[in-house]
Structure formats: C-alpha cells, structure tokens
Design a protein around this ligand. Structure first.
Ligand code: UDP
Ligand code: MG
Length: 314
C-alpha cells in the first residue's frame, strides 16, 4: 500500500485543530486504499497545540509530530516536515482548514497518473482583504519578471509532492527559504488543480504586513541575483551624465568664463550620487546578510521531541 504523509505546520492553532482532526479522520476513512501519516510540525506554539496533538496521537498512531524547540517560522516547519516524512508522497496543508482536505483525493489521483508535483491553485480567496489580494498579485508579477523559471500564480503551499521532489527539496538547505520559488526551481512534471480557498476556520492569522514584506524580499533575493544588476543599470547612465557634465564644465571654464560657477549644481550632484550609493549599499548589504547567514552553517531548526522521543542533538 502506498503511504502518503500530510505535513501540517501549526503555530498556535488550538482552536482550529479539533475541526482539522475531524475532517482528516473522515478523509482517511474515505480513502482506505492508502496508508496515511499526518505529520504535525509544532512551530513553538504558546497555546495547547502540542497537548492536543499528543492526545490525538494516543488515539491514532497515524498521527506523528515534530515539536520544535521554539518558533522557527512556517517555511522552516515545512522543511522539518520534509525531513521527517516517511511517505511515498507528501502533501502540505495549513492547520486552519483554508486548504480543504476534500481536495486531497484529487491530488492523489493526478499523482497516480504520473505527475510529480500536483499543486492546488485558488479560484477564489474568501475572507481575505482587497489589499492582501492586490499585494499578492503584484508580488507574483514582480517575482516572475525577475526570473526565467516559471512561477505558479495564486498557488500557496497546498500541494502534493512525489518522493523524488521531497528528496530534491531536502538537499536545498538554505536558510532564507521561499518554498514557492523552490517548488518551481526543482521542476518535474507539474499539474494544476483548481479549488476555492476557504476562510480560516478559527483563530487568527499569523501573518501581518511586515511578515509578508519580509517574505517577499526573501523570496526575491533568495531566488535571483537580478536586483544586483540594478547597480549596473544605474551606474552606467549616471557615469555618462557625470562625464558629459564634466566635459561641459571644463570647456565652459577654458573657453568662456574662466571660472567655475556651478556651485549649486555640484551640491545637487553630491546629493544625487550619495543617494545612489546608499541605495547600492542597501542592495549589497541585503546579499551580504544572506552570505552571512549561509556561512554560519547552523542547523535550520532544533527539535524538542519527535513522537514523544526526546531529541538529544548528538
Ligand atoms: N504557521 C507556522 N509558523 C508560523 C506562522 C504560521 O507554522 O510562524 C502555520 C500556521 O499554523 C498555519 C500556516 O502556517 O498552519 C498558515 O498560517 P496562517 O493561516 O496564519 O497564514 P495565512 O493563511 O493567513 O497566510
Ligand atoms: Mg491561513
């Protein structure tokens, strides 16, 4: 029997978990042809999330969990899920039931037909603000314009990945993670499935705009070095202008006035160029920070316990 691991990152989800558990039980009962493993990654929740998961595991051995030593963020939680998954395929799902479990049989169906990466694309996004929809649309546009690898639109992390995609992703251990672009990067045979994204069942969203902007910047800079090229593009015209202006001032000085009267212009130029320099330093700093993080070579996460077994970190 083929085994399917459903990876669910959970951070302060005590309110959603009972609903989720019920829906998942139904899913597993309706699909007896597969062995399921439900792998929760408790991302340092401060509420009763882990206690609930442990209770579920007592009742049902198909439930597994990885308990982080603190909150590491959803991207890292997903990575841990990949590391601990034992299935022939994995499915990523949010704990708040925004990704309906009822779609899973369809994902599996396409996997059986030979697709490696079956991703669910949102038809609608209920319960999300106009601003969030707009910003996410713009983000996809920008990300796509920066890279040749095709990015899937309106696609979250809800997807099924074949074992070989899982193995590929396990090798990608960078610290600044943007799984969306990593799913695109690995390639393989992809299949799109449409669905309606539901509003969160209970609890509050963990995302605020600062986190989203951070994620967007991480996404772009971890995926492509094209922003570095801004410096080249900006430098060429500025040096051209500088050069022409320089010639003009020299010529005027020698041929006409015999003295420099471009005092104000020079001040303006200084401001202009220091502005550009600050911008470029910002970009360089952005990448330097990444190199710094990468070279520290730390583990991506620390596990407190896995299925009740204390992790000793040896
Ligand atoms: N999540 C997590 N760690 C975090 C933040 C969120 O594991 O630091 C999980 C959360 O429990 C949920 C999923 O990521 O299962 C999506 O989070 P949320 O629903 O808050 O985001 P949204 O759907 O609003 O984008
Ligand atoms: Mg959500």
């Amino acid at each position: 029997m083929k085994k399917i691991t459903i990876i669910i990152p959970a951070y302060n989800e005590e309110e959603s978990l009972p609903y989720l558990y019920k829906r998942l039980q139904k899913l597993m009962d309706d699909n007896k042809g597969y062995e399921f493993e439900i792998l929760f990654v408790n991302d340092g929740s401060k509420d009763k999330t882990i206690e609930l998961i442990k209770e579920y595991r007592k009742e049902d051995q198909r439930i597994s969990y990885v308990d982080f030593s603190r909150n590491f963020g959803k991207e890292i939680a997903m990575m841990a899920g990949l590391d601990y998954a034992t299935g022939d395929a994995v499915i990523f799902m949010d704990a708040d039931l925004q990704d309906p479990p009822e779609l899973i049989p369809e994902l599996i169906k396409w996997w059986e037909e030979g697709y490696d990466d079956v991703y669910a694309r949102r038809k609608s996004r209920k319960g999300e603000t106009w601003l969030k929809k707009f910003t996410s649309k713009m983000y996809y546009k920008v990300l796509q314009s920066l890279t040749k690898v095709e990015i899937q639109r309106d696609t979250g992390d809800f997807r099924l990945l074949d074992k070989r995609c899982v193995n590929a992703l396990r090798k990608m251990r960078e610290t600044q993670r943007c799984s969306k672009s990593m799913f695109s990067w690995i390639g393989y045979k992809k299949k799109e499935v449409l669905y309606d994204r539901d509003p969160r069942i209970a609890g509050k969203t963990k995302w605020n705009y600062k986190r989203l902007v951070d994620l967007a910047i991480d996404g772009i800079t971890s995926f492509t070095t094209s922003p570095l090229r801004i410096s080249t593009y900006l430098c060429i015209p500025t040096f051209l202008v500088l050069f022409i202006y320089f010639i003009y001032v020299i010529c005027k000085m020698i041929l006409v006035t015999n003295k420099i009267d471009a005092y104000q212009a020079i001040i303006l130029l200084i401001l202009f160029f220091s502005g550009i320099q600050i911008l470029l330093f910002g970009i360089i700093g952005e990448y330097l920070g990444r190199i710094f993080n990468e070279t520290k070579n730390r583990p991506l996460y620390l596990v407190n316990e896995y299925n009740g077994i204390r992790e000793e970190n040896e």
